[in-house]
Design a binder for this molecule. Structure first.
Ligand SMILES: Cc1cc2nc3c(=O)[nH]c(=O)nc-3n(C[C@H](O)[C@H](O)[C@H](O)COP(=O)(O)OP(=O)(O)OC[C@H]3O[C@@H](n4cnc5c(N)ncnc54)[C@H](O)[C@@H]3O)c2cc1C
Length: 476
């Protein structure tokens, strides 16, 4: 397995996308600029916000500042599961009530088709594959673990969003000997995630957005009816409104107090060598993505050139707002993903894993993103996608554009995610230590479940501690 050096040698998706189209240069900001809106962060959140701003007001002058390159963060590294949130209905309804929860699920539910249509309209070959996603048991302990989702959907008359699959039906789509029954969401899709991010970059440049890569913003201040974004080199952007789409980096952002409601977490993936014939042998040629029901879930999908990309199995908490370092080189989490791959695909034990990569995600206390506006009214923010942001950031862009344009009566600006203030995490070092201990317990308990081994009561108690404390985290 290749070593992990994200940033120097990028993950497989981003390398593939850059080889296909490096795009025109977007040099670092070298002089002061003025704009209507300055966006910090060149991931999907920032990119979709820029797109939606232009959809509403095509003449908006937008400057987008990205510390790395566009797609250098989670948006160029993720699994590419472009999914709705129908499986999150129990959480959404619990938090926002039946209608509030349904409204959010419906809004995110538009994302897969909308992103697909957008790529087609703009000639972006992001490998959009609308073949559905399967939530499947990967151990007997997980069988039926979807009953709460089905019950919540039935209560809202939304059960048609799912198709129940028996173990035989799941294995007809992907003949892993460990997969059991599950649910199919036929409207979900996959993408090549970095191609989507880089495609957004290309379209935004063609629409006149000024993008500056290699430009880290160190502060955004509201001064005299304007907002000023100051960069590490000293160059500034003065604008009417600012949007922060900085994902896990928000935990260390100066101001906003974002770190109190976020745990930074490492999330990792591996990818095989091309094995199209072997995919044929196991019948996994339909393009469905699959994830299991562990909390540290395994998620896996095929690629256009016949590989399997496989992620999950357990990341680790970062300390406070500190990123970089081991969060960017977490070999242990990559090894857990590799171990999950070997367990679910024992018949592919001779297949080489060609690459591994990952990086930080932004875990929120309620496992849901939040959006808001800082006091002063000119700086808008959105983060907390908790490792499920490919589809939801499309909605996030609509929300943030509405906030920045003052369209507060837009239905998306009225969703419960706007102004969502889940309970805080304990302060450091308790957050880090608690997260570490509970993470070890969850990984151990879920591995025991996978192996059909006894999980002692103290371990079961420990993995449920976050939920008893009021967080939507850890196994149900
Ligand atoms: C390994 C992995 C697998 C995942 N798999 C899936 C999946 O299959 N499906 C799914 O729905 N979600 C998945 N996710 C989560 C998903 O990728 C994210 O939720 C989503 O990409 C978040 O987009 P974003 O724009 O908010 O963040 P990012 O893409 O991280 O963008 C934030 C950007 O802000 C920049 N930045 C930060 N600070 C500054 C600053 N001070 N100045 C300038 N720029 C700054 C960063 O460099 C970064 O590029 C996965 C994530 C990972 C890491």
């Amino acid at each position: 397995m290749a070593s992990l050096h994200p940033g120097a040698a990028r993950g497989w998706w981003l390398r593939e996308a850059l080889e296909a189209d490096p795009g025109e240069p977007c040099p670092p900001l070298a002089r002061d600029l003025t704009a209507d809106v300055v966006i910090v962060g060149g991931g999907y959140t920032g990119l979709w916000t820029a797109w939606q701003l232009l959809e509403q007001a095509p003449d908006t002058r937008i400057v987008l500042l990205e510390a790395d390159i566009v797609g250098g963060g989670a948006s160029g590294r993720n699994g590419g599961f472009l999914t709705a949130w129908w499986d999150a209905l129990p959480t959404l309804v619990g938090r926002f009530g039946a209608e509030g929860g349904r409204a959010i699920a419906a809004a995110v539910g538009e994302a897969p088709a909308a992103v697909g249509a957008w790529t087609q309209e703009h000639g972006i070959d992001a490998w959009f594959t609308p073949r559905g996603s399967i939530l499947a048991a990967s151990s007997p302990a997980q069988e039926g673990g979807w009953s709460g989702i089905v019950a919540a959907a039935e209560a809202l008359g939304e059960q048609h969003r799912f198709e129940a699959l028996t173990a035989a039906q799941v294995r007809a789509r992907c003949a892993s000997p460990v997969l059991g029954g599950g649910l199919l969401v036929p409207t979900d899709a996959t993408v090549q995630p970095a191609r989507l991010a880089r495609g957004l970059r290309r379209v935004l440049l063609s629409r006149g957005v000024a993008i500056h890569e290699g430009t880290r913003v160190v502060a955004v201040r509201q001064e005299g009816g304007r907002v000023v974004a100051r960069t590490a080199t000293g160059a500034r952007v003065t604008a009417s409104q600012a949007v922060l789409g900085i994902n896990a980096w928000a935990a260390g952002w100066p101001g906003g107090g974002f770190g109190a409601r976020m745990i930074t977490w490492s999330s990792y993936m591996v990818v095989t060598e091309p094995i199209p014939d072997r995919l044929g042998e196991i019948g996994w040629t339909g393009g469905e993505s699959i994830s299991d029901l562990r909390f540290t879930n395994h998620y896996f999908r095929t690629t256009r050139d016949g590989r399997i990309a496989f992620g999950g199995g357990g990341g680790r908490a970062g300390y406070g707002g500190r990123l970089g370092g081991w969060v960017e080189r977490d070999r242990g989490s990559a090894a857990l993903a590799a171990r999950g791959f070997r367990r679910i695909f024992p018949m592919l034990d001779d297949v080489r894993l060609e690459d591994a990569w990952g990086g930080p995600i932004d875990i929120a206390p309620d496992h849901l993103p939040a959006f808001g506006t800082l006091p002063g009214g000119r700086v808008h923010w959105g983060h907390g996608f908790s490792g499920t942001g490919v589809g939801p950031t499309w909605l996030g862009g609509r929300i943030l554009a509405a906030l920045a344009q003052g369209r507060l009566d837009d239905p998306v600006a009225r969703l419960g995610l706007v102004g969502n203030r889940p309970r805080r995490f304990p302060p450091e070092p308790f957050r880090f230590l608690g997260a570490r201990v509970i993470r070890e317990a969850i990984v151990e308990a879920e591995q025991r479940d996978d192996q059909g081994r006894y999980v002692p009561p103290p371990l079961r108690w420990l993995v449920r501690l976050p939920r008893w404390m009021g967080y939507e985290l850890g196994p149900e």
